[in-house]
Design a protein around this ligand. Structure first.
Ligand SMILES: CC(=O)SCCNC(=O)CCNC(=O)[C@H](O)C(C)(C)COP(=O)(O)OP(=O)(O)OC[C@H]1O[C@@H](n2cnc3c(N)ncnc32)[C@H](O)[C@@H]1OP(=O)(O)O
Length: 469
């Protein structure tokens, strides 16, 4: 990487600081404001700010407690990340440095927290990596197990229709992470996970239970050479389940930012679903899915559920109750959950967990009702509200006297609830009831907002599913 100005000798800095006092305290600059990350696939793109710009979740988290960089005038950091070698190079420019009371932030160690050993020091080495590592991905996947396309044409439940009409064939290859070259590849991919997956951390690649699904695009050149480009990957852990089974958990899934929204994430998920079924694991879970991943996952699961014989009549029996009468006038709520038998069957056959099935269940009911029927939609909203309230409070809320109170926080005020069981003495109960009344209006408002958000999510999924069916 290049530091366009050499750093000053800091040995005389403490004296200077005393002289300027508080008047010139350096306000610093947010890392998010002065660092740009570009994903490039050719050496010629390096240096051009019109290259593909990555939109990281939050760069500030890698720069101290306040996310700010101190001691630079007109600092600009452009990081070039290669989609071929998965190496990085940082171009750092600034007018001058001076310690304005907060020191001078060391940039390289902070960038190394993100890019690790992938961050190359010399620009020439980085530029060369485009040619030296041109077949990096091709060489690595040559030992992998090809899961897609399925040569037996759909027998594992994954359709191969995506290949039709595509300029280049797509492959999904499964590999163990504890083999040396694959582990090294994963280490080079970690920066993408750190930048794009909220709260992610690198995994222990020596554990033999980690596997990686690599999705690639293969292009044959006019000279007959095959070029392989990585589109995305998913890291999956296989847990032991007593006594003789296992569970699969998707820990990280990522499609390269310049390839997102083109169906690659969906394809990866479909292949992992099919592996879970063919290996007959107990179930397939996803570790803290992001909202968008959850959206894509539900869009995939809805058609799978609709095609599964026992689901339709079970959904219709709940939906039919929404079609008649007014739910607001009922004294008791309707039984809207699917039966335990159905939940269990779906887990056994499709490997869908109960939690995920319940998410899909609400969409399935929505799809079964007439969305132009106002009465029906009002009933559906009441049902959703009851379900969400029960979810937050727990099903035996009244029996246990559990309550939800709103707690302010620095992040998302709307979404913070704390559940507590009130104390038993009379005074305490009275005080508690006062508190409850005070909170009641606010709670109803909060719940109504949550229901609105959920209804919007459901609507979007329903529209997508209708579009793809
Ligand atoms: C456990 C974790 O790792 S959580 C973190 C997840 N990863 C990240 O957030 C990293 C950054 N994001 C990504 O890498 C990607 O965006 C992913 C992995 C989340 C999704 O992959 P993508 O390739 O972008 O998604 P893909 O193109 O396959 O699907 C996109 C669209 O197809 C729709 N779709 C997919 N399958 C279906 C289907 N069967 N029926 C209807 N719609 C469908 C989706 O709803 C979505 O539509 P929309 O965006 O227009 O609403």
């Amino acid at each position: 990487m290049v530091l366009k100005q050499s750093q000053p000798d800091l040995s005389s800095e403490p004296k200077k600081r005393r002289k300027v006092g508080f008047a010139n305290i350096d306000a610093g600059v947010e890392a998010n404001e002065c660092i740009n990350i570009f994903l490039v696939e050719r050496a010629e793109e390096v240096g051009s700010e019109s290259s593909f710009r990555v939109d990281p979740i939050d760069l500030n988290q890698f720069f101290g407690d306040d996310g700010r960089i101190y001691g630079y005038k007109d600092l600009k950091v452009n990081v070039w990340f290669s989609g071929i070698s998965f190496r990085a190079y940082a171009d750092i420019t600034y007018q001058s440095t001076s310690d304005g009371g907060k020191g001078i932030t060391e940039l390289i160690p902070a960038l190394q927290k993100i890019f690790g050993e992938s961050l190359l020091e010399k620009k020439d080495d980085f530029l060369q990596s485009f040619s030296t590592d041109f077949h990096y991905i091709r060489n690595i996947i040559s030992n992998g197990e090809v899961l897609y396309p399925d040569t037996s044409k759909g027998s594992n439940g994954v359709s191969n229709h995506q290949m039709d009409g595509e300029a280049a064939p797509i492959e999904i290859v499964l590999m163990r992470l504890n083999s040396l070259p694959v582990g090294e590849l994963y280490s080079r991919l970690v920066p993408l996970a750190l930048l794009l997956v909220d709260g992610s951390s690198p995994i222990d690649i020596t554990d033999p239970k980690w596997e990686i699904f690599l999705e690639v695009e293969k292009k044959t050149t006019q000279q007959g050479d095959t070029n392989v480009r990585l589109l995305g990957f998913a890291v999956v852990y296989c847990f032991y389940r007593y006594p003789d089974n296992s569970r699969l958990r998707i820990s990280q899934i990522l499609v390269l930012p310049n390839c997102q929204g083109q169906g690659h994430g969906r394809r990866l998920l479909e292949v992992i679903n099919s592996v879970a079924i063919s290996e007959n694991v107990y179930d397939l879970t996803v570790e803290e899915p992001s909202d968008y991943l959850q959206h894509v996952r539900t869009c995939i699961d809805i058609p799978r559920l609709l095609a599964f014989e026992p689901v339709k009549p079970a959904v219709s029996s709940v939906a039919s109750q929404l079609k008649e009468g007014k739910l607001s006038k009922r004294t008791s709520s309707i039984k809207s959950d699917p039966s335990a038998t159905l939940v269990n069957t779906l887990r056994e056959k499709l490997k869908i967990t109960k939690k995920q099935f319940l998410q899909c269940w609400e969409v399935l009911i929505y799809l079964d009702i007439d969305q132009n029927d106002r009465n029906c939609m009002e009933n559906y909203r009441i049902l959703m509200s009851e379900r969400m309230k029960a979810d937050i409070l727990g099903k035996d809320e009244r029996k246990s006297g559990k309550q939800v109170i709103e707690i302010p926080n620095d992040y998302d005020h709307d979404m913070t609830f704390v559940m507590f069981s009130p104390p038993k003495s009379k005074d305490q109960v009275d005080e508690n009831e006062n508190q409850m009344e005070k909170n009641q209006d606010n709670q109803d408002e909060q719940l109504s907002k949550l229901v609105d958000e959920r209804m919007e999510q459901i609507k979007q999924i329903a529209e997508k599913v209708a579009l793809h069916s």
